[in-house]
Every structure is written in structure tokens, then in C-alpha cells.
Design a binder for this molecule. Structure first.
Ligand SMILES: [Zn+2]
Length: 65
């Protein structure tokens, strides 16, 4: 089953709204979708989980403590 998770604090690059992006992995490709405007973004699958974690911080999955 595919788990879709909202990305806390992330801003949609299209409609600029916050907390509308959700994220999941589809066939080893990361997909980010905005529930407001329907914007989607897919990332290539050739990264390790550690690299994906770093990337997730950049786009705001993890809030800095
Ligand atoms: Zn949007």
C-alpha cells in the first residue's frame, strides 16, 4: 500500500500555499503532489534513503528543532 504523508511547513511552488503538499513513493520514484492546485513533482529514484532524508529537509518535511 502507498502511504501518502503531508509535508509539514512545505510551500507549493505553484500556488504558494503552505501545508498542501503530500508526498509518497510510487515505484521507487518520489512523488510530491499539491492538493490545492494539483501540482505534481517526481524525483529520480537513484538516491539512498539518507540522501532522500537530506532532500526532505530541504523541502521541509522535517521541522528544525
Ligand atoms: Zn499548489
Amino acid at each position: 500500500m502507498t502511504k501518502k504523508r503531508f509535508i509539514a511547513g512545505a510551500t507549493c511552488p505553484e500556488c504558494k500555499k503552505i501545508d498542501t503538499l503530500r508526498w509518497w513513493v510510487d515505484h521507487h520514484v518520489e512523488v510530491v503532489e499539491c492538493i490545492e492546485c494539483g501540482h505534481t513533482d517526481r524525483k529520480s529514484p537513484n538516491s539512498t534513503p539518507e540522501q532522500r532524508g537530506e532532500e526532505a529537509q530541504v523541502i521541509g518535511i522535517f521541522k528544525p528543532e
